[in-house]
Design a protein around this ligand. Structure first.
Ligand code: THU
Length: 136
């Protein structure tokens, strides 16, 4: 599918791609960028930050969520994840649970490849029956 993005989605892609370039991924050589559009129409982006002590590395999505929370927002309306190659980079299981904390039934996840392919999925399709104290 060719890119067919709204202005907001283009901003998400641009911000995620910019952050991706700063990813600290010397161990995996897999640089990821993520950008969020929140309920206040604010944008937040981050990249993965690896560590020589491998389990301490943080995914791009986690950094973007932290930036959103630090700004005072609470709801992920859209999250875009920029892959470093021609395969989509769907969020890992742990990140799905992190996204679930701040997602609603309308939250959309946009997956972008390096070569400009885009796939959009509803978050609830990525993590049905997510754990949460306020969820059924
Ligand atoms: N990674 C992310 O940042 N987001 C994802 O959705 C999947 C994986 C990172 C973690 C690690 O730094 C590298 O990609 C390889 O797994």
């Amino acid at each position: 599918m060719a890119l067919d993005l709204t202005a907001e989605h283009k901003m998400l892609l641009a911000l995620a791609t910019k952050a991706q370039k700063n990813a600290h991924a010397p161990y995996s050589n897999f640089q990821v960028g993520a950008a969020i559009l929140d309920e206040n129409a604010q944008l937040h982006a981050s990249c993965n930050v690896e560590n020589a002590a491998y389990p301490l590395g943080q995914c791009a999505e986690a950094g973007a969520i932290s930036a959103m929370i630090a700004s005072g927002s609470k709801q992920i309306k859209h999250i875009l994840i920029a892959s470093p190659n021609d395969n989509f980079c769907p969020p890992c299981g742990g990140c799905r649970q992190k996204i679930a904390e701040f997602a609603d039934t309308q939250t959309e996840v946009h997956l972008a490849t390096k070569d400009g392919q885009l796939k959009t999925v509803k978050f609830t399709d990525l993590l049905p029956l997510a754990f949460g104290f306020d969820k059924e």
